[in-house]
Design a binder for this molecule. Structure first.
Ligand code: CTP
Length: 402
């Protein structure tokens, strides 16, 4: 019989604490072994006995409790956990973990665990949006802690805004998914390019585009999460590096070209999500260009096409994936790019559609492969699309091996 997974649930003191009861009950029904640790303030909202009855395990509520007959101590729980979940997570617990404070049973156990930690914040909107809380979340994310984003809606305090705990089913689904996490890209080495490039005109000005880098960063993050070794070659963005990803920062297309060419042989999958500038000023003025009465004309010269060069040099077992941003004749143009650049498939973006393209968190794309298969995908988050792209890349690289 398959061994049951152990999930440790840390409950902290928010009004949403009662929802954790439902989560524990649903996990038990899914045959997960659940252990609950409650903070002092959580116990003001819900009785430990309720969690104990549902989890059928002793609830750890006090650091200085006598050890019970149940096999519980904070170190043993930390070791036993296949996954650690903090739900609901207050601003206080997030702040403590982010700053290495371990002064009760929950914080000491989190600090001692090597299991993945999933945090589901729930709090008042202003608290959630407070820059200190956001900074702590970012810091933890960069260290590999994962967050379930709170929903927007009417909060217990009467305010309407972000900060609501998502429904228990959604959290349970996320937990079960994490438990089942497959490192299916473990043997893959993936280069992802992302973001815009910047082509200097003079020391203070440059030409660029609206790319945010979100699509490429989402791919890099998901690939690393699925076990791939990931090198992210990024133009200037404001995004934090995804956990477990090696990142090289570049500014210009020429710099990106050099970085990509240097590493290209190492990779078995290359995904070119960057919005590369096709032209650069032919000469970069040494000093700031002064305004004059006449119009200013800046001659531009062609940048190398990085993807095309990769296509020329492509080894047979390397999977090469391009993006196409179009405002007209999407399929025709994308097909031409597959041919010209020797791609395995292309992810074509119709920039005229709402919810597609650069700054958005979602995308609407059509995937076309070199055999001519066309797949129209509906609007989805860039994270979801990243998974679709990686699934397809994996499938093609498996076909290549067979
Ligand atoms: N690309 C690249 N190097 C360039 C230009 C584009 O590597 N100098 C890559 C992009 O990263 C993307 C793909 O080529 O994966 C398509 O980019 P896009 O701008 O849509 O197409 P272009 O090939 O530049 O063609 P056009 O501008 O004529 O549409």
């Amino acid at each position: 019989m398959e061994q049951r997974k152990n999930v440790v649930i840390g409950v902290t003191g928010g009004i949403a604490a009662y929802k954790a009861l439902d989560i524990v009950s649903k996990l038990k029904k899914a045959s997960v072994n659940v252990h609950v640790i409650m903070t002092q303030s959580a116990q003001k909202f819900v009785q430990p006995l309720s969690f104990q009855s549902l989890s059928q395990n002793y609830v750890v509520a006090d650091m200085f409790d006598e050890p019970k007959t149940w096999e519980i101590e904070h170190i043993s729980l930390a070791q036993k956990a296949d996954l650690f979940v903090i739900v609901p997570a207050t601003a206080n617990i997030i702040g403590k973990i982010a700053n290495g404070i371990a002064d009760d049973m929950l914080t000491t156990t989190v600090m001692a665990t090597k299991a993945p930690v999933l945090i589901a914040p729930a709090m008042n909107t202003n608290m959630y949006q407070n820059p200190i809380v956001q900074e702590n979340i970012r810091k933890l994310e960069q260290m590999g802690y994962r967050f379930i984003e709170p929903d927007t809606g009417q909060l217990a305090c009467g305010d309407v805004g972000v900060g609501k705990l998502p429904p228990p089913e959604k959290i349970v689904e996320e937990i079960l998914q994490q438990l089942d996490r497959k490192l299916d890209l473990k043997d893959k080495k993936i280069i992802v390019t992302a973001g815009p490039t910047r082509e200097p005109i003079d020391p203070v000005r440059y030409i660029t585009n609206h790319s945010s880098g979100k699509m490429g960063y989402a791919i890099a993050e998901k690939a690393a999460y699925r076990g791939a070794e990931v090198l992210l070659i990024s133009g200037p963005t404001t995004l934090p590096s995804p956990y477990g990803v090696q990142r090289i920062d570049v500014n210009t297309t020429m710099e990106m070209y050099e970085a990509v060419m240097e590493k290209a042989k190492w990779a078995n999958i290359i995904i070119k999500a960057a919005a590369v500038a096709d032209f650069r000023p032919a000469v970069v003025a040494e000093n700031k260009i002064k305004k004059a009465d006449a119009d200013l004309i800046i001659p531009l010269t062609r940048n190398p096409d990085i993807l095309k060069e990769l296509g020329n040099r492509k080894a047979p077992n390397t999977i090469l994936i391009g993006f196409a941003a179009e405002t007209q004749d999407l399929i025709e143009n994308a097909k031409k790019k597959i041919q010209n650049k020797n791609l395995d498939f292309i992810v074509a973006n119709d920039l005229t559609k709402e919810g597609a393209g650069f700054q958005s968190d979602t995308n609407i794309v059509t995937i076309i492969d070199k055999k001519g298969h066309i797949e129209h995908l509906s609007k989805m988050s860039k994270g979801e699309l990243a998974e679709v792209i990686l699934d397809k890349a994996k499938q093609l690289s498996m076909e290549g091996v067979e």
